[in-house]
Design a protein around this ligand. Structure first.
Ligand code: FES
Ligand code: FES
Length: 185
């Protein structure tokens, strides 16, 4: 007996349920873009290296090109389309807009989804690879430019808008960050 290679699944995206049949090999990225017309999430490398396809799954960032749609059932998925509050931009979106945290904008949805998680992770006291004192009792490290660069390092920007991206994340996190614009971010 031949095994079925497709199933009907229900995805919970931005607070709405979507039921659709998918081939079991369909990535979450392709389900979002090709099946549900949620094209804000971008495809860059399609192999987990550029971060353009970053979404939030249960509040944690994930590259949707490496996630099978069938494995995302019963998870809370947030894409860039679900970040704003109606017409009001999220503070992270507003900071990217105000500080020109983009040029062509292709990487921007992924950058913003990552930044949302970075701010949460930092506030929760998660250390990064550049955190000097990782003892739990040390608490959240200062959110320096180096911390932001490291925490956002999974999101590439081919336009090189890194200086403004760091500034935008710092603004959204209300961190007092000095960015060396001569050296680049
Ligand atoms: S498209 Fe997913 S990481 Fe590049
Ligand atoms: S703004 Fe163009 S790739 Fe980042």
């Amino acid at each position: 007996m031949a095994l079925s290679t497709s199933s009907a699944i229900t995805l919970n995206i931005n607070g709405e349920k979507h039921t659709l049949p998918v081939d079991h090999r369909t990535t979450l990225l392709d389900a979002l873009r090709e099946r549900l017309d949620l094209t804000g999430t971008k495809k860059g490398c399609d192999q987990g290296q550029c971060g353009a396809c970053t979404v939030l799954i249960d509040g944690r960032r994930a590259v949707s090109c490496l996630q099978l749609a069938v494995a995302a059932e019963e998870r809370e998925i947030t894409t860039i389309e679900g970040v704003a509050d109606g017409e009001r931009l999220h503070p992270v979106q507003q900071a990217f807009l105000d500080l020109d945290g983009y040029q062509c904008g292709y990487c921007t949805p992924g950058q913003i989804c990552s930044a949302l998680a970075v701010i949460e992770e930092h506030a929760a006291g998660w250390p990064s690879a550049v955190t000097e004192d990782i003892r739990p009792e040390a608490g959240a490290p200062p959110l320096t430019a180096d911390e932001i660069r490291e925490r956002m390092s999974g999101n590439l920007c081919r336009c090189g808008a890194y200086v403004s991206i760091v500034q935008a994340v710092a603004r959204a996190a209300e961190a007092d960050v000095r960015v060396d614009t001569e050296a680049g971010a």
